[in-house]
Design a protein around this ligand. Structure first.
Ligand SMILES: Nc1ncnc2c1ncn2[C@@H]1O[C@H](COP(=O)(O)OP(=O)(O)OP(=O)(O)O)[C@@H](O)[C@H]1O
Ligand SMILES: [Mg+2]
Length: 394
């Protein structure tokens, strides 16, 4: 089999083109097309956070944390789609109540994505009942890795079924079992077969690189309001704790002018510095001294945290922002959109937002818009934002 051809997306980025989720919370079966910059919007309860969390779960596979993360969410039984396997027409018209029928298919939570080069999917289920007290722990039933958009007979090159992992040789095209005792909760991406397993390792590293920001802290006790130990910080922590060090790193080795322009865009006449305690400080028009992080307002600090995240001198392959506009004044939404658009030239970005203004501004600049709606308890994706998809069979 020929080695996979990597098509580089706009700006030299490998783009994730689709995300698929089955059986997770309100996402009974969702296939979303992703663009280099994608905005996910929808009413309360439409499934935005569920989609965000599904992406996080995929990233967790790379960290070997998938089962633990699911357990932290209440376990497979609570995260599984709680509606019927199929919603019949009679249920929709109200002629019969929404009710479960005898399950025809096994319990299954599936996650997958396809990028310009590879696609990956996994299928989680419940173990065959035994005497163990861990019979409710989910296990990975199937995993597949393929080249191109959809998996098929000829392009799947790594597969896991139960504890057996097989990889297809790139030279001969023949399948070889590389491991037959994989623990049921471990992903095949945890294997590092030196001969044919390189792609597994590469994919794991890629998933590990995905970056999520949804809990940047700006409250009175937020860590970024306290002096820190300053070490070289090309990636802002997910709670923003190392803001001072991250900004100093950008000022020294990153796009310092871009960062300062983004600050001035939101706060005219202002710029950022970092004091000798590694606290961020902002020089503001009309003030005799810079104000340091403990003195800055929550909204101001939040914008600066987002700027530090988005101007990372080491951009990830994928950055996911959950409700970045939270607690920002309306006036800051336009600069925030420009900040995101500028970062969109360096990495792929997914933005989950409640703000119609932010969504509209990003969409006007060419972002893909994914509108979610809830229908009979189930998240539906607006037609123009769905992607083709094929799940591996058990
Ligand atoms: N196991 C489940 N099965 C079916 N639906 C579920 C399950 N768990 C949660 N839900 C529902 O899924 C819906 C989507 O939730 P989600 O948190 O993703 O919404 P959201 O779009 O982020 O909403 P908000 O704007 O309020 O944050 C909610 O209505 C929730 O009640
Ligand atoms: Mg939400």
């Amino acid at each position: 089999m020929p080695p996979p051809v990597v098509q580089i997306g706009a700006g030299g980025i490998v783009v994730i083109t689709s995300l698929a989720v089955h059986g997770y919370r309100s996402l009974r079966d969702v296939r979303v097309a992703l663009a280099p910059l994608t905005v996910i919007t929808g009413a309360n309860g439409s499934g935005k956070s569920s989609l965000y969390r599904a992406l996080r779960l995929l990233a967790d596979v790379g960290q070997g944390r998938l089962i633990a993360s699911l357990a932290a969410e209440g376990g497979l039984t609570s995260t599984l789609w709680a509606g019927p396997e199929r919603i019949s027409r009679a249920m929709r018209t109200g002629d019969v109540p929404v009710q479960g029928t005898a399950r025809r298919e096994p319990v299954s939570l599936r996650l997958g994505f396809a990028a310009d080069d590879y696609g990956y999917a996994l299928d989680l289920g419940l173990p065959i009942p035994s005497g163990s007290r861990f019979t409710h722990d989910p296990e990975i039933k199937v995993e597949q890795l393929w080249t191109g958009a959809l998996p098929g007979r000829s392009n799947v090159f790594a597969e896991r079924r139960g504890g057996v992992v097989r990889v297809r040789s790139q030279e001969t095209g023949s399948w070889r079992t590389v491991f037959d005792r994989l623990a049921r909760h471990d992903s095949m991406l945890a294997l590092a077969d030196p001969v044919d397993g390189l792609e597994l390792l590469m994919l794991r590293e890629r998933l590990r690189g995905w970056r999520f920001y949804d809990d940047l802290r700006t409250d009175a006790h937020a860590p970024c309001r306290h002096p820190g130990v300053g070490t070289f910080t090309p990636v802002l922590a997910s709670d923003g704790a190392d803001l001072g060090a991250a900004v100093q790193t950008i000022l020294e080795i990153g796009d310092a002018a871009g960062l300062q322009a983004a600050v001035a865009d939101a706060f005219p006449g202002s710029s950022v510095t970092v004091d000798d305690r590694f606290l961020l400080a902002m020089r503001q028009h009309g003030l005799l001294r810079p104000l340091s992080a403990p003195e800055l307002s929550g909204g101001t600090l939040r914008y600066l945290l987002l700027a530090a995240a988005l101007y990372s001198p080491r951009p990830p392959e994928l950055m996911v922002l959950n409700e970045p506009e939270a607690s920002l004044h309306r006036d800051l939404v336009a600069p925030l959109a420009r900040l995101i658009l500028a970062a969109g030239t360096r990495c792929q970005i997914v933005v989950v937002t409640h703000s119609a203004q932010l969504a509209a501004q990003l969409a006007d600049a060419g972002a893909g818009l994914v509108g979610l709606e809830k229908d009979f308890g189930e998240t539906q994706v607006q037609d123009d934002a769905t992607a083709p998809w094929r799940w591996p069979t058990r």
